[in-house]
Design a protein around this ligand. Structure first.
Ligand code: AMP
Ligand code: MG
Length: 428
């Protein structure tokens, strides 16, 4: 895995454009190891191998209806009476063979008795008027017959033993999981979920639910980041809060690495203040950085690095502390990275076009992701309005936003009715 030291991975100094940063974050990211998982827990997991059927389904010719199994030759002229010589139910096959003039009572899913080639559905029969009883030993009057073979599911109708029906890299869903069970697999080989450890950094931070002192702030970032990480397919480990000391940060992060974390995500301490220790700590742990700043607003201080420890590649995404920055960056960079590490196709944020309903100022040298509200109009077009206050600490505003309005680097002033690219945060 020498790739992490190739030309593309030298540190990109200065402000890296978001698209370039995304490319660097996703570079070489592939699914990690394979594990066998019980079918009950396979939904959303990704198959690591092609899977073939261990049996043929149905394994025998089976009836698709309730009725009578007969010989077509006996029912060419109807009505006619046939003698009922036994019954075949699901799980309880009739053991004999049907001969001329005979029928076997049969139920859906039951094996077709030897000698029978046609099913007469129950609705097309009646008991002959002269009979004193019903069932085995009595007769059934066939009123009309279907074509030969109708209502018989031939053996192998669904699939045959040895057939490959599920493919490597397929994301498992309820349909594929039921099929796997029917193929006689109790568990499936799937890619392991990447272990993602999330750490909040800052002396001012406390856990939600705490009694706060005057200068304290709740460490809220972890929870939104964890939600994105889990949805993308990670095992999430919450590392809690690290103080702004080199040693505390280093101890917590190196423990997480030793315990098998594939990706460390920090929030806070990623810029260049006196208390921003994340970069030197990760450097001391051997991480090689791809970039340390992105030309993006919010979310300028974002660091990405990689290294190999104990023969395994480890990644590090250092996010800004500001709540909006950390979440916007997680949607854009963290989600597709985890999806790739989990073996899934990455889902990138999709830009669509919207019409603005208020003017927007010209933009500067960083791509701006403004919080806004988008509305789908009756004609299908989307209108959008940016919120007045865009401070990257404002979570209530982010929660009200259903879109991010993208202002490209040096974008010109826009007037009402002009078009802009947006990213939808939820379906509208
Ligand atoms: P920093 O990047 O450490 O300078 O933090 C920038 C701002 O984000 C500061 O106001 C911090 O208090 C705040 N902040 C840092 N980490 C978190 C967090 N985990 N949750 C909420 N706010 C945070
Ligand atoms: Mg801080």
């Amino acid at each position: 895995m020498s790739t992490i030291f190739d030309d593309e991975n030298v540190l990109h100094k200065g402000l890296v454009p978001p698209q370039k940063a995304l490319g660097l974050v996703l570079k070489d990211a592939t699914s990690i190891d394979v594990e066998s998982v019980d079918l009950l827990h396979c939904n959303g997991r990704v198959l690591a191998e092609d899977i073939s059927a261990q049996r043929t389904q149905p394994p025998f010719d089976a009836s698709a209806m309730d009725g009578y199994a007969v010989r077509q030759a006996d029912v060419t002229a109807t009505p006619c009476d046939l003698k009922i010589i036994g019954q075949s139910a699901a799980g309880h096959a009739f053991q004999g063979r049907i001969k001329k003039g005979e029928a076997v009572r049969i139920f859906t899913g039951a094996p077709i008795p030897l000698g029978a080639d046609t099913i007469i559905i129950q609705e097309n029969t009646k008991a002959p008027p002269q009979e004193k009883g019903r069932g085995i030993g009595f007769h059934i009057c066939v009123l009309s017959a279907e074509a030969k073979g109708k209502f018989i599911r031939p053996a192998g109708l669904d699939f045959s033993e040895g057939q490959v029906l599920l493919n490597k890299d397929q994301v498992l869903n309820p349909q594929s999981i039921s099929l796997a069970a029917s193929m006689n697999h109790a568990s499936l080989p799937v890619f392991k979920k990447p272990n993602v450890a999330i750490l909040a950094t800052g002396d001012e931070l406390v856990l939600p639910g705490s009694t706060l002192e005057a200068s304290q702030i709740i460490a809220s970032n972890t929870y939104g980041i964890a939600a994105i990480a889990k949805e993308a397919g990670a095992n999430v480990l919450n590392l809690g809060i690290a103080n702004d000391t080199f040693d505390d940060l280093k101890n917590i992060i190196s423990d997480a690495i030793n315990n098998g974390s594939d990706l460390i995500v920090t929030s806070g301490g990623a810029s260049v203040g006196d208390h921003d220790l994340v970069k030197p700590v990760m450097e001391s742990l051997g991480f090689v950085f791809s970039f340390i700043k992105i030309a993006m607003k919010p979310g300028k201080p974002v660091i990405f690095g990689r290294t190999i420890i104990d023969g395994k590649e480890r990644r590090f995404l250092g996010l800004a502390g500001n709540p909006v920055s950390s979440l916007v960056s997680s949607h854009i960079f963290l989600k597709p990275l985890i999806q790739l590490l989990a073996g899934k196709p990455p889902e990138f944020v999709k830009q669509i076009e919207a019409t603005i309903t208020q003017p927007l100022e010209a933009n500067g040298d960083r791509e701006d992701y403004m919080r806004g509200f988008a509305t789908r109009m009756p004609n299908g077009e989307i209108e959008t309005e940016a919120f007045t206050k865009q401070d990257s600490s404002m979570l209530a505003t982010l929660n009200r936003a259903n879109c991010l309005i993208i202002r490209q680097v040096d974008a010109k002033k826009l007037n009402i009715g002009d078009k802009t690219p947006i990213i939808l945060l939820q379906n509208i």
